[in-house]
Structure formats: structure tokens, C-alpha cells
Ligand binder design. Sequence first.
Ligand code: ADP
Ligand code: MG
Length: 346
Amino acid sequence: MRNDKSHRKFHRAAVKTVFTLIAISLLASCGKRQVHNFSGIAIGTYYSVTYVGQEDISLPVAADSIIAVINREFSIFDSTSTVSRLNANATTVLTDDIIHLISLSNHISEETGGAFDITIGPLVNAMGFGKSTDFDTLSYQKQMDSLRHFIGYQKISVADGKLQKADSRIQLDFNAIAKGYAVDKIARMMKEKGYENFLVDIGGEVLAQGRKFKGQEWRVGVQIPTETQNGLIETNYIFELPLESGMNCVATSGNYRNYKEINGKRYSHIINPTTGYSEKSSLLSVSVIAKDCATADAFATAFMVLGIEKSMAILRNHNELAAHFIYYENGNFQYKQTSNFPKNIQ
Ligand code: ADP
Ligand code: MG
């Protein structure tokens, strides 16, 4: 019972994480340099850009149009998006963004033993996390047994800018990487406009560039639930991204924001492609630091599938990544991180 309550509180806490951080960024910014911020709606969440320098009122329009293009390409909720049309076999023609993300996704699938897999689409739909919210737990096992035959990243390839599927029922789902990629694209736009110091945030996936003002780095953080004698308190694990190593992005994946509870059983929207089910483990969330936000986003999802042990084994061969895990064990929230994850400066 107590565990349940703590979990629920944590779910709420986790959603608030980034708002706190932005407030911190803005408060700390009253200095010699001009710091501006704009925000909007993006991919089922919000986006926020904080930047230093000359104010440019055309930036929100530029960011909105990047988000609009991403939606036109990747939304599984819009039946006319490129991915929906690819899934319905109405086209095979890919955009440069899709080609790039297929290639990056395949690489991450290989690195994670298939834990990350953009062909997960049919299972996402069958579990009611796609266009339809219906999920029949009783028939799922049967459905999954047949759907599994056309799941597998090796079953798709790109030739001459066109998608080749081993089976016409293959369906792509870029939801675990597109948000991070949108962050990277907005950051690229900011650089092209000449800005060197900015922070882009889409629903908690963050890219930081440069610094806020001299000697003051951008600060980001993970909100940490801690159980005390007085109940649950929330503390912030605040850190500076290791920009000198080029690792300027962080993405978090968790099973707390998006899940279904049916007959007391919890089904998360992150699915293990091998078993066809969400992993039932004590792992609550993973934050991954990487050199680009799409990579951080994808690895964070894969690590949720793999659990701490297997993820740590992968991370040992990837010092261009850093990770922070939050899990619940023995009646307590516990944390584990790679040695290169930045220290808490709170
Ligand atoms: P969030 O959208 O909450 O940031 P993620 O980045 O982890 O979370 O993305 C989860 C989404 O990715 C799911 O809703 C589903 O559409 C898709 N997905 C689920 N499992 C996998 C997987 N194993 N590999 C790739 N994508 C997945
Ligand atoms: Mg992800």
C-alpha cells in the first residue's frame, strides 16, 4: 500500500521535473546578458527554448514550423502523415529525416540487442497506445503471437530513398526517438540563426549549448523522490551537462507517465520487442546523456526495456553515454548511475 502511494506521488513528481528546471534557468539569468524564452506545443507535450543574445521574434514561428514538419512525417495519430502512409502501404517514399532516423535507430537496435526497435508499431497498437486506446488483455497473447512475425528491425531497409519491408504488415513507430530528434532540429535552427548559447527542451528532452552567461553553465536536473520519516519528499538532482565532452543532451524515459492499469496489472507503453510485453521491474525511469538528443531519447527507451544490469553492461562499452537510473526496491527509492554521470551540485 505504502509502495503504491509512493509510486503514485512519484508519477506526479516526475511530470513536473522540467518546469522546475526552466524556472531555475530563468531566475539565474538576470545578469549582463539578455536571456529570452519562448514556448509552444509540440508532439503531445510542450516545447521551450531559452536563449542568450539579441531577441528575434521570428524564432517561435521557425520552431513551430519544425514541429509541424516532424508531425507531418512521424505522427501515428495523423492518418495522412508519412509514417501512417508507410504503415498503410500507401507510399514507400521516405523523407531525409525518416532515412536518418531509420539508420540511427538500426544502429541503436544493434547496440541494444534489439531492445530498441522502431518496428514495434503493431504491438503498440494492439496494446492500445496507438490510434486506438482499446486493449483486450485476454486476446493480446494470441494477437501478439501472430504480430511478432513481422516485428524486427532487420526486416526493413532503405534503397534509393524508398522503404523496403519484408512483410507488408510491418508498421513503424518513431515515438521513442522523434521527440529527441525534434530537439536536435530546433537546436540546429538556433545555431543557423547565429545563437551559441541556448537551451531547448521538449517535454523533458533537453539540449544545452554554450552557457547562460560567463562562468554560469546551463543547469538541468532529475527530480528525485526520497522517502523520509515525514513521508515522501522531492529533491532535485541538479547537474551541468558535460559540454566539454560534447555530451550536451539528456533524455528521460519512464513507465510513470503513460501506462494502463487493467485488473490491478500495470502495462507501460514501453514494450520489450522480445517478449511483446512491458517489462515488470522495479525500474521507474532512466535519464541518458548523449551527444545528440535523438540518441539519448532512443537509448533511454532501450534501457527501460533492458533493466539496470543489462543496460550497465552496454554502458561499459559506451563512454559517450552516461545514465542515471531510479528504481524502487526494499521499500525505498534507489538510484544508480554510471561513473561519468555528472555529480549533483544541489
Ligand atoms: P516518452 O514518449 O514518454 O518520452 P519514450 O521515448 O520511451 O517515452 O517512447 C515510448 C514510445 O515509443 C511508446 O509510446 C511507443 O510508441 C514506442 N515504443 C515502445 N516500446 C518501444 C521499443 N522497445 N523500441 C522503440 N520504440 C518503442
Ligand atoms: Mg525515448
